[in-house]
Design a protein around this ligand. Structure first.
Ligand code: 5CA
Ligand code: ZN
Length: 412
């Protein structure tokens, strides 16, 4: 399907350092230096049954920093993202509000595109829906069947986690924790007939009132995890550089995705697994199912500058769990006004060292809060907050504006 339009990104005159990222699988900070200079990134996309909330926005802005850091280090980036445009929560919401599920998915996906455009998130080259990937999913299930990793429970097909010798190596969760989390995130551990409670659905046979597609295994629809394995395999191949998403996807989603690709191809799914922290609101994880949501589109509709939304997100490290407050948003509005004032001067405090430091902190596990502090330091020095203005760099503002845009996605 169509992604959203790409914002213009200025080309910097300095090259940023190579990027290192915290890897969930090893718990280490690891270099993510693409082979042959070409990075491959997959980030799990939305399930479009409601509008984009700040949790989603934080995750996509977080991985946008990675995309930008790679580009600033001189690499090309191929970015793929899915849209889970058929799944239980979407069908349930459509039935509840009495609209067609296709219409709901299209409406919310379009709103997401507008939100991402407003937030200046670089679009994926491959933006792919679950529905349009059904032939890919069927092909991958066939490969898993040939590998002996598939069995049937009634008319549904399951993936046998026992077939994957690497199962558990992505999350490193102990089995008790897996069993606890699995049912909270779409799993069905207690279903009679399963070989292992943790086995997951690959193909869900047609149920009355649910959409279905023909397949060699009978009419039905894809399970959730196989969707991301099939789409990433098609567009990025195996062992791509980074698999990303929120930390709610560490298990079972990314563990199962890794298992499907590993068993079907004999090769690993991703080299590094990166996870964004959870954004809360009113004391709980912001989630569509709980309804404690702050929507990007609602703020845009009340004339909030999208760059102030983005700055609020950037002030939290992508891996931290944090709580959204309106007070921080209003603070960002004030900060941007001050930054714009400094940039309007044209000349300013020396920009060179600030630019290098900004690129460096971003390359080290995407430390956007540190980058924001560095910019604030330049603004303070330029406006002479300490009475120490040293505006001897005559093209400082233009260069600071360029790094703000290219590295942090803030166009002021
Ligand atoms: N369609 C699946 C992934 S294949 C899905 O999880 N969709 S979602 O709409 O629920 O979430 C979209 C993305 O936002 C995922 O990467 C998810 O991990 C992330 N996300 C969801 N809620 C939050 C939150 N409260 N804070 C941060 N990220 C979140
Ligand atoms: Zn996914």
């Amino acid at each position: 399907m169509r992604a959203w339009p790409a914002p213009d990104v200025p080309t910097l005159t300095v090259t940023g350092p190579e990027v290192a990222l915290h890897d969930t699988a090893t718990g280490q900070l690891v270099p993510v230096v693409p082979e042959d200079g070409h990075a491959r990134l997959y980030v799990c996309g939305i399930t479009p049954y409601d509008a984009t909330h700040m949790g989603h926005a934080a995750t996509y802005v977080g991985f946008d920093l990675l995309n930008r850091a790679w580009r600033n280090a001189g690499h090309a980036v191929t970015y793929a993202q899915n849209v889970t445009d058929v799944d239980d929560p979407l069908l349930e919401r459509a039935a509840k509000v009495g609209i067609d599920w296709v219409e709901l998915a299209e409406r919310e996906t379009e709103l997401f595109r507008q939100d991402m455009t407003a937030l200046r998130v670089l679009p994926p080259a491959h933006y792919t829906g679950a529905v349009e990937s059904i032939p890919l999913v069927i092909g991958l299930i066939e490969r898993l069947r040939a590998a002996g990793a598939v069995y049937q429970v009634e008319d549904d097909l399951y993936f046998s986690v026992a077939a994957d010798p690497t199962f558990g190596e992505e999350s490193n969760y102990p089995r008790e924790l897996m069993l606890e989390i699995f049912p909270e995130r779409g799993g069905d551990p207690d279903r009679p007939g399963k070989k292992d409670p943790l086995d997951c659905v690959l193909w869900r046979a047609e149920r009355p009132g649910e959409p279905s597609w023909p397949s060699p295994f009978g009419p039905g629809r894809p399970g959730w995890h196989i969707e991301c394995s099939a789409i990433s395999l098609e567009h990025l191949g195996t062992a791509f550089d980074v698999q990303g998403g929120g930390s709610d996807l560490v298990f079972p989603h990314h563990e199962m995705c890794a298992g499907h690709t590993q068993v079907a191809t004999g090769e690993r799914f991703a080299k590094v697994y990166a996870h964004a922290g959870m954004v809360a609101y009113d004391g709980e994880k912001m989630s569509k199912s709980k309804g404690n949501l702050v929507f990007v589109s609602a703020l845009r509709n009340s004339d909030i500058d999208p760059m102030a939304i983005r700055l609020t997100l950037l002030r939290h490290h992508y891996r931290s769990d944090w709580e959204w407050t309106d007070a921080e948003l209003f603070d960002s509005v004030d900060t941007l006004a001050q930054w714009r004032k400094a940039l309007a001067l044209g000349s300013g405090a020396p920009a060179g060292p600030v630019i290098e430091d900004v690129l460096e902190v971003l390359a080290a596990d995407l430390d956007a809060p540190a980058a924001v502090e560095l910019i604030q330091g330049w603004v303070d020095a330029t406006l002479g907050v300490d009475g120490l203005a040293d505006n001897t760099d005559h093209d400082a503002a233009g260069r600071i504006a360029a790094v703000l845009d290219a590295a942090l996605g803030l166009s002021l």
